[in-house]
Design a protein around this ligand. Structure first.
Ligand code: F6R
Length: 242
């Protein structure tokens, strides 16, 4: 795993955005693997800025998002569908038919998960996938457990993740308890992975990730097995690494 340590969140966002720009410049119809949460917001702002300056064109770009709460309406302002439109899709020239997220409104979550995995395969996997990392080491909604799943699936959120995500909701009770998420295998279909981490609350997870031991109680550690994975983190997130 390559590691890039930046001074702060802004620099981390710019470095990750440049990696996306590199892929988009080389391949006009690239498949972007996208994530939500606070971590990539700055990177999306950089990409929107590059687009507005005429440096990027999203007209042939396709996207696959990592995850979505389940069940949730797309129109809910806490849905990941809503988040992506707010931070990226509504600001660039992506075509609606090229935007893909797991469907939080699907009647049958297992069928939806299976269809989503087929979609990832039909796109040939993402050319570049951005990941945030949970305080507990989760990636997507692959939470710490005694085992991890390969394909897209319905999963329960841990108490720690519900508590961490409650900052976006009126109360902890309002946080959905389930999500549809790419599995570790779906994420590994990406040709390139960029993991971003910012702030002291991610320092423990970053430390564990860089110990190089593969542990299902810290799903991010799987990433050391990927052949093109870069961690871009700020000094605070890196602060516990010896
Ligand atoms: C989001 C996702 C999650 C987040 C993680 C970190 O699509 O899959 O794994 O990346 O929970 O969230 P933030 O960035 O809010 O700290």
């Amino acid at each position: 795993m390559k590691v890039i340590v930046t001074k702060n969140y802004a620099e981390m966002s710019a470095v990750a955005a440049d990696m996306f720009k590199g892929v988009l410049t080389a391949k006009k119809d690239a498949v972007l693997g996208l994530a939500t949460g606070s971590t990539p917001e700055g990177m999306y702002a950089c990409l929107v800025d590059m687009y507005k300056k005429g440096e990027l064109d999203f007209s042939d770009v396709k996207s696959v998002n990592l995850d979505e709460y389940y069940p949730i309406k797309k129109s809910d302002d806490q849905s990941y569908d809503f988040f992506m439109r707010k931070h990226l899709f509504s600001h660039v020239n992506m075509k609606e038919e090229n935007i893909h997220l797991p469907n939080g409104e699907a009647a049958d979550a297992d069928v939806e998960a299976c269809e989503y995995e087929k979609l990832i395969d039909s796109l040939g996997g993402a050319d570049i996938q951005v990941l945030g990392i949970g305080r507990n080491g989760h990636i997507g909604f692959n939470e710490p457990d005694t085992y991890l799943l390969a394909d897209t699936h319905l999963t329960g959120l841990t108490a720690s993740t519900i508590e961490a995500n409650s900052r976006f909701f009126a109360s902890e009770e309002d946080v959905p308890k389930h999500a549809l998420t790419m599995g570790i295998g779906s994420i590994f279909k990406s040709k390139k992975i960029v993991v971003m981490a910012s702030g002291k609350e991610k320092a423990e997870a970053v430390k564990t990730l860089l110990e190089g031991k593969i542990r299902t109680d810290c799903p991010a550690t799987m990433l050391v097995l990927h052949r093109d994975c870069t961690l871009v983190c700020d000094e605070d997130a890196y602060s516990l690494v010896k």
